[in-house]
Design a protein around this ligand. Structure first.
Ligand code: DON
Length: 318
């Protein structure tokens, strides 16, 4: 479908101007060095065909996109009931690394798995007796979806580890509240390792595709995780995936999505059978990379690009 690529090229170049509305994440020094003018997208359709446009030859770290994948992995390994007993599914209305909801509400569990407190809890509960084992089990789970090995970006990992003061405070807060079984430093280590996994647009689009199809990989024709887990994952992506822009994102884009401070966004477009003349009616996975992020931690240009695509091709689930 050359016309899809041609159309995407126009939209990517139009939206590249929005990169000036954001800046690279400054609190993780290695991310601050990324080129803020970059913008790239990959869409993977039901047959596994990909449409890649813009800055596509890039690897970037998963950052918070890892949170929805670790939630899915943990549910797959330990069951939904086990996980939902430990972490809630409520948005907070606070920034992703805020300690305020805990101080004010003193909840019996983190509000959701996509804020840092919830993600640290989820990461700490991954199967395995050691951080190494937990990380390897997680990698195997993701590699099962994308079909090849993934690696840690050690520079980003070290950079984040050395500057993880807020996350360390959050982890200590969880520990003090009896919400973290693992040792604080080990919980931080596994969490930051997941955030520092290096990925490309095509692989991220594939994971988005599997979530869009209720845990079924339409390319390899296998069920990777249950449709119940995928359903809750999509609910979380809609309600909390873009943090304090989740409402606006639902209104103007309307696709389950998860962002990260490195500038990645993974989006899952479920099948939509009406308006057959439009593209991707069997659903698709989308990955966007644009490291200039806005005040909420979402790729500034990436969000605008997704908005344009969703509007033009009628992707909204609402
Ligand atoms: O823990 C952190 O602050 C980062 N590793 C991840 C935060 C993040 O990606 C939030 N996303 N928009």
């Amino acid at each position: 479908m050359q016309e899809v690529v041609d159309q995407l090229e126009i939209w990517v170049e139009e939206n590249r101007s929005h990169t000036i509305l954001g800046e690279t994440a400054k609190y993780i020094p290695a991310l601050a060095e990324q080129d803020p003018s970059q913008l790239g997208i990959c869409i993977m359709d039901y047959d596994g065909d990909t449409y890649s446009v813009g800055d596509t030859n890039v690897n970037f770290t998963l950052q918070s996109v890892s949170k929805i994948i670790s939630f899915v992995a943990l549910c797959h390994f330990k069951g939904l009931d086990f996980v939902l007993d430990k972490v809630d599914v409520e948005p907070t209305g606070e920034s992703f690394n805020s300690i305020i909801p805990f101080e004010i509400h003193r909840p019996g569990k983190p509000f959701n798995p996509l804020i840092n407190a919830g993600a640290i809890t989820v990461a700490s509960m991954l199967p395995g007796d050691t951080v190494e084992e937990k990380f390897d089990r997680f990698l195997l789970f993701v590699e099962g979806m994308i079909g090849h090995n993934l690696e840690l970006d050690d520079e980003v990992y070290q950079s984040e580890w050395k500057t993880a003061h807020r996350n360390r405070a959050l982890a200590y807060y969880l520990k003090e509240s009896n919400l973290l079984d693992l040792d604080v430093e080990e919980a931080l280590e596994i969490y930051i390792r997941l955030c520092s996994i290096s990925i490309n647009l095509k692989d991220l689009a594939k994971i988005g595709l599997v979530i869009a199809h209720d845990g079924f990989d339409p390319v390899e024709e296998q069920q990777i995780f249950s449709s119940d887990v995928a359903r809750i994952a999509k609910v979380l992506m809609v309600t909390c995936g873009m943090y304090n822009s989740s409402g606006k994102f639902a209104a103007h884009v309307g696709i389950p999505a998860k962002s990260g401070v490195s500038g990645g966004i993974m989006a899952s477009v479920p099948p939509k059978w009406h308006s057959e003349e439009k593209a991707f009616r069997k659903g698709c996975g989308i990955a966007v990379f644009g490291p200039a992020i806005d005040a909420n931690g979402n790729s500034a240009a990436g969000t605008m690009l997704l908005r344009q695509i969703s509007t033009e091709w009628d992707f909204s689930i609402f």
